[in-house]
Design a protein around this ligand. Sequence first.
Ligand code: COA
Length: 160
Amino acid sequence: MKLVRLPMLPVPSHEPLTDTRPSPVSLVLYATYSPATSPWGVRAWRWHIMAGQVRVGTISLREGDTHVITHLLGHIGFAVDAAHRGRGYAGLAVRALLPEAASLGVDAAWITTTPDNAACLRTLERIGCTFVEAVPIPPWYATWPKGERTKLRFRLPVPP
Ligand SMILES: CC(C)(COP(=O)(O)OP(=O)(O)OC[C@H]1O[C@@H](n2cnc3c(N)ncnc32)[C@H](O)[C@@H]1OP(=O)(O)O)[C@@H](O)C(=O)NCCC(=O)NCCS
């Protein structure tokens, strides 16, 4: 897989994702996992989400088509630090990650969330994800003890 250090660009205001101007967000790779070392048991990568020189969150890419990946965990996961929320950085980071997903030969990525995660749901809508279905979380899954019972599965086309 070709890992690209994406360019650092200035930070404008929170622009719509249809905007064709350069993204205010860049990604800096900081962890690469084999299936043996991965927290998810599959090959995976983690990037810092950068807004200019400031680290504002993390985004992960997980490889594979196991049930856990496609129905529970998703190929892509992200978090923006609380102090930096409200500027749409997560959606911009997903957009910035798509070339990496394409380099894995993925033509559409699964992203999952829970019904109560309004910020994530809006992020997924904003970046053009399609809602596919709600699935039950099995009791053996990591988030069951936290009370999570349902995952919502979204599909995001990955441009070649
Ligand atoms: C989900 C998350 C990454 C989004 O961070 P972000 O990019 O800063 O998102 P924003 O705060 O800019 O919100 C994105 C959109 O959701 C909306 N939103 C945020 N909180 C909301 C809420 N409580 N209710 C309704 N809408 C909300 C925002 O208004 C914005 O909408 P807009 O695009 O129409 O302006 C962040 O909330 C987070 O890290 N949460 C914890 C980890 C997590 O849930 N990760 C995702 C797992 S699927």
